[in-house]
Design a protein around this ligand. Structure first.
Ligand SMILES: *[C@@H]1O[C@H](CO)[C@@H](O)[C@H](O)[C@H]1NC(C)=O
Ligand SMILES: *[C@@H]1O[C@H](CO)[C@@H](O)[C@H](O)[C@H]1NC(C)=O
Length: 426
């Protein structure tokens, strides 16, 4: 039995060996062709992925991280296929080389994406910039109410670019909600414990900012006449920063100093960390319309040089106060005289771009108007004269903000929603 088995096995082994040898030679010959084929395939994959990434960047509906993830997962899915094919056909050495190449290209892909991100963020918004006229609702828009997908007459927003989210002063729900970009629901991050003046309650908050370290929310708790600091980490940690104030708008400069408009004292005050009294940096000289006065200041904006822009509501103008100034500069509506009467009425919100163009919301129409330096007339940017609910319309817009890419976010108060107008780069 043993004698018969052995030769049989040896024959089998022998024939197997020769078959393998033939196959091996066959592959040796074809190896070069295969390697070239896979290199070409990988190059094609990279080109397609880069194009997809660039296109997604421009369209900008998907946040950048998702784009990278999608591109990466597509690449890795394709890679898995190629790698397994390689394993079955070529030798181990070739596989290792190919894997190394793909890792490098994936890294290159990441670098490319990051570079285009930086390019977008350093984009300078200027006079010729346009925004798509159809807005997307990015928060609320489900009628007035207190569900997590609803808002109730919001007054202010803060856009956090690092975290891809918006913080909303959901005024008549007496809470601050955070909506991540693209989310269907908000998350209560402050208040939401009924209207009241306990330390964990809010009453008609009108504005919110994040501090420089992004550890605390700073909230204008208007009807409680206080500014309150609310920890992001610990929902039990609240502290009253400023008491006895009719705050309306808040802003923070690049040093982390807090600015607050007071619509009863008709001034804007700056508070350095730990400072309870603060310093008046705009107005504070009674409530008429001289250049050193304000009359019911609403939302404010602070630029990189600590100049404060104020929506001077009752004076129908926007004032700019540079640091340490004793009076403001009239920046909109520019030159006013008997022949050239003011074309602005009741500004409520203001932001400024890198070129010094001013974007203002007023109570005369439901549009964002842009006032370029020295202009005697504002130019509509988005929205229509008539209020309404359609994607091109707003109804009592109260506050606005840019994100890093220059898209515009508008608090569409009477529609109980936040609208996003994409920047039009075409
Ligand atoms: C304004 O921006 C557009 C688009 O980026 C650009 O084409 C144009 O040259 C810029 N104009 C000025 C004056 O910077
Ligand atoms: C404003 O005053 C402070 C304190 O006196 C000073 O440090 C700062 O440089 C001044 N800023 C400007 C723009 O004059």
């Amino acid at each position: 039995m043993n004698n018969r088995v052995e030769p049989d096995e040896s024959i089998e082994v022998n024939s197997n060996t020769t078959r393998f040898r033939r196959l091996y030679k066959h592959f040796q010959k074809r190896k070069l062709i295969w390697i070239i084929f896979f290199i070409i395939l990988i190059v094609i994959i990279i080109v397609i992925s880069t194009i997809t990434a660039t296109m997604n960047k421009t369209k900008r509906e998907i946040p950048s991280t998702t784009t990278i993830e999608i591109t990466l997962s597509t690449t890795s899915a394709l890679l898995t296929t190629t790698t397994s094919e390689l394993l079955t056909t070529t030798t181990t050495t070739t596989t290792t080389t190919t894997t190394t190449t793909t890792t490098t290209t994936t890294r290159e892909l990441l670098t490319t994406t990051t570079t285009s991100e930086q390019l977008l963020s350093s984009l300078v918004i200027n006079k010729s910039m346009k925004w798509k006229q159809n807005a997307f609702t990015v928060a609320g828009g489900n009628g007035q109410g207190s569900e997590l997908n609803q808002l109730s007459t919001p007054y202010g927003i803060y856009v956090d670019n690092d975290d891809q989210s918006i913080y909303i002063a959901d005024t008549f729900n007496h809470r601050i909600v955070k909506w991540e970009f693209g989310a269907n629901n908000g998350e209560i991050v402050a208040g939401g414990n009924g209207e009241g003046n306990e330390i964990d309650q809010l009453s008609c908050p009108t504005d919110v900012v994040l501090d420089k370290e992004k550890k605390y929310l700073i909230i204008c708790d208007q009807a409680n006449q206080r500014v309150i600091r609310w920890s992001r980490q610990n929902s039990q940690d609240q502290q009253i920063l400023i008491d006895d104030t009719y705050c309306y708008g808040l802003a923070m400069d690049n040093n982390g100093d807090l600015y607050m408009s007071d619509s009863v004292k008709d001034e804007v005050r700056r508070f350095q960390q730990g400072d309870k009294e603060g310093t008046a940096v705009a107005g504070g000289n009674n409530y008429e319309d001289r250049l050193n006065q304000l009359n019911v200041p609403r939302h404010i904006f602070v630029d990189d040089y600590h100049s404060v822009y104020v929506a001077d509501f009752m004076n129908n103008r926007v004032m700019k106060w540079v640091e340490n100034a004793t009076e403001g500069i009239l920046v909109a509506p520019g030159h006013v005289s008997n022949e050239n009467p003011s074309l602005m009425s009741g500004p409520t919100g203001v932001i400024v771009d890198d070129m010094g163009n001013i974007y203002v919301l007023t109570d005369e129409n439901h549009q964002i108007m842009r006032w370029s330096p020295g202009a005697t007339e504002g130019v509509p940017v988005v929205g229509e004269r008539e209020s309404g609910w359609s994607p091109t319309q707003l109804s009592w817009p109260f506050d606005l903000s840019f994100d890093q890419q220059g898209n515009l976010y508008v608090v569409d108060a009477a529609n109980h929603r936040i609208q996003k107008f994409d920047i039009d780069l075409d």
